[in-house]
Ligand binder design. Structure first.
Ligand code: VGL
Ligand code: ZN
Length: 201
């Protein structure tokens, strides 16, 4: 098992109440089941001195991302509310960097870049420089949701020159259309992302 090491970061994507808790406004089926898997990966990463980075979807109360404002989604992960908090059963390491995304009305799917609708442009988050400064060349992505933030984060990682692995039993999909999660995994694999099962090491 040599998934982790000092040049590898574990990205723990959007493990927040609105996605992970059945009472959440955008609950992802199967999210609770990945929590112990993600916690094990956090422990393995720490043992091997890998950097941990957490992300939070972090929206204002009104954003073009929400259906009430012309977008797609129910209101979710509004900054400083219960829905935006990390799921309590997740092993949250104090001091690990936290990347907030979507804070200024962008879509915020990728942990690396956000799409701002007006003007239409990509806005970087602090993640890429943070990884480069920390000597990271490879990322392992876990969390929610396979077909949105995990997909976008893994595709951006490859585009930016990182090696990227997604642990298929440590992610779960929204599946707006049945099969979206599986299609997203096939797409990111074709883009060069390694798909692995956590147990296989
Ligand atoms: C996400 C839908 C809307 C995600 C965020 O974290 O995958 N999905 N906002
Ligand atoms: Zn969102």
């Amino acid at each position: 098992m040599r998934r982790y090491g000092s040049g590898v970061a574990l990205l723990i994507v959007d493990m927040q109440n609105d996605f992970a808790d059945p009472r959440g406004s955008l609950h992802v089926a199967g999210a609770e089941a990945i929590v112990p898997v993600v916690n094990t990966e956090i422990a393995l990463a720490r043992e091997s001195r890998s950097m941990l980075v957490y992300t939070q979807d972090w929206h204002p109360p009104h954003t073009p991302h929400f259906a009430i404002d012309g977008g797609t989604w129910p209101v979710h992960c509004v900054a400083h509310t219960w829905g935006a908090e990390l799921y309590p059963a997740l092993d949250c390491r104090l001091g690990a960097p936290m990347i907030h995304k979507g804070s200024h009305g962008e879509d915020g799917y990728s942990a690396f870049t956000m799409r701002d609708a007006s003007p239409d442009r990509l806005v970087p988050t602090p993640l890429e420089p943070l990884l480069i400064e920390s000597g990271v060349s490879s990322v392992v992505v876990v969390g929610l949701a396979t077909d949105y933030c995990v997909r976008a984060t893994a595709l951006d990682a490859i585009r930016l020159g990182f090696q990227a692995t997604v642990l298929t039993d440590a992610v779960a999909a929204v599946d707006v259309r049945p099969g979206d999660g599986e299609r997203a995994l096939a797409e990111i694999k074709a883009a060069g992302v390694v798909l692995a099962a956590s147990r296989a090491g």
